[in-house]
Design a protein around this ligand. Structure first.
Ligand code: BTN
Length: 255
């Protein structure tokens, strides 16, 4: 099992690419990438977001990063652990930036499944593509879009950046280095003590124990998030005390 500080040991820097995730997938298919390789682009021309959406990053201002992981023993059933680990890594870096700037780091939360928010505003999104083989995760491309120095969103966009949240411009390379470091930490923790990853993720869960509006199978639904199970289902409780777990294909936070 690989345990050394390998994530971000090798960094491929691209001026422009369609998507760092696509780039990683192409080179991975040709077996050209090692475990822990990080791919960063100054500009993405067709950045990919969740559910087929586009992901925009401001050229040279934000972080568009894909990390390649080649687990040796991670069961396919446990693959949501990768989403938890990645979200926690981003959480830690953003919380640390806020703390250093004298802002409240507890404002940083993980919105199920793996958006990172400051207050109610999204600061980062994560898109993970796993290849499964024989009941195991053969490879994983962890795509992270972190708004670092962007400042210009309309209010209704509901987005923020590290620079906006801290009131300070940030060194992009410094943020990248810290992110790889926290990825390494949570990746190793996932292999050695997955319950610790689960507990940390639960502790950071946005809107935990607070009644929220969702849609369930497209219909309005009100419940409070309690936890996320090992397969990535959100455990919620309705006002009349019914507890159930749902995947993202059925349950969505209402905007
Ligand atoms: C989301 O929709 O919230 C997920 C966004 C993920 C964006 C990142 S940017 C780096 C990597 N490359 C992509 O094309 N997408 C991910």
């Amino acid at each position: 099992m690989k345990t050394g500080p390998v994530i971000g040991h090798e960094v491929i820097r691209l001026d422009a690419v369609d998507s760092t995730n696509n780039y990683a997938a192409d080179r991975l298919a040709r077996q050209e990438l090692r475990h822990g390789t990080a791919i960063v682009a100054m500009e993405q021309t067709a950045g990919r977001g969740q559910r087929g959406r586009q992901w925009d990053t401001a050229k040279g201002l934000d972080l568009a990063l894909s990390v390649v992981l080649l687990p040796e023993q991670l069961a396919a059933m446990e693959q949501f652990g990768l989403a938890k680990a990645a979200a926690l890594a981003v959480h830690d870096v953003v919380a640390d930036c806020l703390a250093q700037a004298g802002a409240d780091p507890s404002e940083v939360r993980i919105k199920w499944p793996n958006d990172v928010l400051v207050g109610r505003k999204k600061i980062a999104g994560i898109l993970i593509v796993n290849e499964l083989s024989g009941g195991l995760v053969a490879s994983s491309i962890v795509g992270i879009g972190l708004n670092v120095n962007s400042r210009g969103w309309p209010q209704e966009h509901g987005a923020t950046s590290v620079a906006l949240a801290t009131g300070r411009p940030q060194d992009l390379d410094g943020v990248l280095g810290r992110l790889c470091g926290r990825m390494e930490h949570w990746w190793c923790t996932l292999l050695q003590a997955p319950a610790r990853v689960a507990a940390a993720y639960t502790a950071c869960l946005w809107a935990r124990d607070r009644f929220c509006n969702f849609t369930l199978d497209g219909e309005p639904f009100n419940a409070r998030p309690l936890d996320v199970d090992g397969t990535g289902r959100l455990l919620v409780e309705t006002a009349d005390g019914v507890v159930a777990a749902y995947h993202l294909d059925r349950l969505r936070f209402q905007r």
